[in-house]
Design a protein around this ligand. Structure first.
Ligand code: FEO
Length: 168
């Protein structure tokens, strides 16, 4: 069983993970249009990650006897000024998501739901990686001023990223 409050909060988080998927797909599309296929690949893999996060929450809520209720997903930003701007926004977004996961954990604690706490621990750790991955690339972009040979080298590096679903 799960309390209605926690059920509603997880449904909201499913919506935020699906929005993240949508947002990153929009960023992938920007990089496709600018011809930076490695950067595009990075965000297409990120899209898979976000779908995985949403589905993990979907499965948990169902297993707990809750009811998944999907909500509308707003349109993401579609125009970006530069790769650096994209990564700044992606980094800011991940920090925001970390805050939402913390709020969800606070609620699981106040609702005394140990299973939910245990489940959410995975997301707490995952957010450390999510923020770090965006921040690392943002810092590299700053180092190369977002242009020239450095940008192309970074594009080649990001072309190597593959999606590996976690075991659980
Ligand atoms: Fe689902 Fe990127 O956090």
């Amino acid at each position: 069983m799960i309390t209605e409050k926690l059920q509603d909060a997880i449904n909201y988080q499913i919506n935020r993970e699906l929005f993240s998927e949508y947002y990153y797909l929009s960023m992938a599309s920007y990089f496709n249009a600018t011809g930076l296929s490695g950067f595009e690949n990075f965000f297409l893999v990120q899209v898979e990650e976000e779908r995985f996060h949403a589905m993990k929450m979907y499965r948990f809520l169902n297993e707990k006897g809750g009811r998944v209720a999907l909500q509308a997903i707003e349109a993401p930003k579609t125009e970006f000024k530069s790769p650096q701007e994209v990564f700044q926004l992606a980094y800011d977004h991940e920090k925001l998501v970390s805050g939402l996961i913390n709020d969800l954990m606070d609620l699981a604690i106040s609702e005394n739901d140990h299973a939910a706490r245990n489940f959410l621990n995975w997301f707490v750790e995952e957010q450390v990686e999510e923020e770090a991955s965006m921040e690392t690339i943002l810092n590299k972009l700053k180092l190369v001023n977002g242009e020239g040979h450095g940008l192309l080298m970074l594009d080649a590096e990001l072309a190597q990223r593959v999606f590996t679903p976690p075991a659980k």
